[in-house]
Design a protein around this ligand. Structure first.
Ligand code: HEM
Ligand SMILES: *[C@@H]1O[C@H](CO)[C@@H](O)[C@H](O)[C@H]1NC(C)=O
Ligand SMILES: *[C@@H]1O[C@H](CO)[C@@H](O)[C@H](O)[C@H]1NC(C)=O
Ligand SMILES: *[C@@H]1O[C@H](CO)[C@@H](O)[C@H](O)[C@H]1NC(C)=O
Ligand SMILES: *[C@@H]1O[C@H](CO)[C@@H](O)[C@H](O)[C@H]1NC(C)=O
Ligand SMILES: *[C@@H]1O[C@H](CO)[C@@H](O)[C@H](O)[C@H]1NC(C)=O
Ligand SMILES: *[C@@H]1O[C@H](CO)[C@@H](O)[C@H](O)[C@H]1NC(C)=O
Ligand SMILES: *[C@@H]1O[C@H](CO)[C@@H](O)[C@H](O)[C@H]1NC(C)=O
Length: 274
């Protein structure tokens, strides 16, 4: 009797959850041949888990709010804002959906997220630059470059910042079309904060390296390693704060306040008498 009751209770809960049977963290299947995937490891991951459409198509505001909410506990206004920033990739006016990208092997005219220098940019942590070929499929060679700077089992904002700087310097050195605008920088800082936001400790600005590597390499949520969806809701202010931590950590000067003082006095350049 007790068993029957609890089964009834469970199926009641199951009916209340819009994702039951379709999306849950334990369900995971990589993309099939006709499924679309793109340059964002998290959108790919969420599609693999059915938190977003598994075929990678027709991603609407509602699906983003639902998917980021269920999988990562993002609040709906944050998810909605992210959709607003993404929708520019669909060339139709007043588009209500975007897609992950059709062609895994090369850029194609119907690509949306893959379009170079719209959202997709140079010096990614795990993808090659557009100039060198495929800008959207996970690339182990590139990711290994990134991982060289992840020097402890707990990553800090500074290690993440170091890997970002290193990827930019490599790109600027070897890619004659290297482009990285102020807008790219804002997106890039958000992407660098993402591992801490999704899998780490937002107040300390740290994250377990094993979780981040597993996520990038498998495009799968790292539940197998003990990760769980955050209990606290993630809001825009959290992303802004962690992005600022990363941004601060990109400064290579160890006593920035002294540099600011010298620059204000101007005495290095003009004799200091102004
Ligand atoms: C509407 C939601 C989202 C859209 C449209 C989106 C789109 C993108 C795009 C276009 C890129 C490629 C940038 C590049 O060239 O490196 C990217 C990268 C990335 N995204 Fe997302 N993203 C979304 C949500 C998220 C979320 C929620 C997370 C995790 C919390 C995330 C984590 C990342 C990371 C870590 C990268 C960097 C990958 C790399 O550098 O190799 N994204 N995203
Ligand atoms: C779904 O996406 C495809 C492109 O992948 C598009 O042609 C189609 O119009 C979309 N359908 C809806 C219902 O939005
Ligand atoms: C897009 O929306 C704007 C403002 O709502 C409207 O003026 C315009 O006609 C719409 N365009 C299309 C193609 O529906
Ligand atoms: C990975 O990136 C490197 C460097 O851009 C490139 O030479 C290599 O062909 C890429 N590998 C794959 C599998 O695309
Ligand atoms: C990446 O690094 C791992 C060791 O951490 C190594 O086993 C693997 O061969 C490397 N892959 C590439 C493509 O460089
Ligand atoms: C490396 O990470 C471990 C925990 O994973 C931590 O106890 C230790 O203090 C860290 N070491 C350094 C040098 O940051
Ligand atoms: C996160 O880091 C803070 C220190 O910044 C610490 O007080 C807190 O216990 C940590 N949270 C977890 C879940 O480890
Ligand atoms: C970033 O650095 C500024 C200037 O030192 C500091 O006021 C701010 O609190 C730092 N931000 C974070 C999130 O650590």
């Amino acid at each position: 009797m007790k068993l029957v009751l609890s089964t009834t209770l469970l199926s009641g809960l199951a009916l209340a959850s819009p994702h039951f049977g379709a999306a849950d963290i334990s369900h995971w299947m990589p993309a099939g041949a006709s499924d679309f995937r793109g340059p964002c490891p998290m959108l790919n991951t969420l599609a693999n888990h059915n938190f977003l459409p598994h075929d990678g198509r027709n991603i609407t505001r509602e699906k983003i709010i639902d998917g980021l909410g269920s999988a990562l506990n993002f609040d709906s206004s944050l998810a909605s804002l992210m959709f607003d920033m993404a929708i520019v990739v669909n060339p139709q006016s007043n588009a209500t959906w975007f897609t992950l990208d059709p062609n895994p092997n090369s850029a194609s005219p119907s690509d949306q997220l893959n379009q170079h220098n719209i959202l997709e940019h140079d010096a990614s942590l795990s993808r090659s630059d557009f100039f060198f070929g495929n800008n959207h499929v996970f690339n182990q060679t590139i990711f290994n470059q990134t991982r060289q700077y992840w020097t402890n089992s707990t990553l800090t904002a500074q290690m993440l910042a170091n890997s970002k700087l290193a990827r930019q310097i490599t790109s600027r050195t070897y890619n004659p079309t290297y482009t990285f605008t102020g807008k790219t920088q804002q997106f890039s800082l958000g992407e660098l904060s993402a591992p801490i936001i999704a899998f780490g400790n937002m107040s300390a600005g740290t994250v377990d390296r094993a979780l981040v590597e597993y996520f990038f390499e498998h495009e799968r949520l790292p539940t197998e390693l003990g990760w769980k969806t955050k209990a606290d809701v993630v809001a825009l202010k959290d992303i802004l704060r962690v992005s600022e931590m990363i941004s601060n950590a990109t400064d290579l000067i160890t006593d920035p306040s002294i540099v600011a003082k010298i620059t204000r006095r101007g005495d290095l350049h003009s004799g200091g008498s102004r």
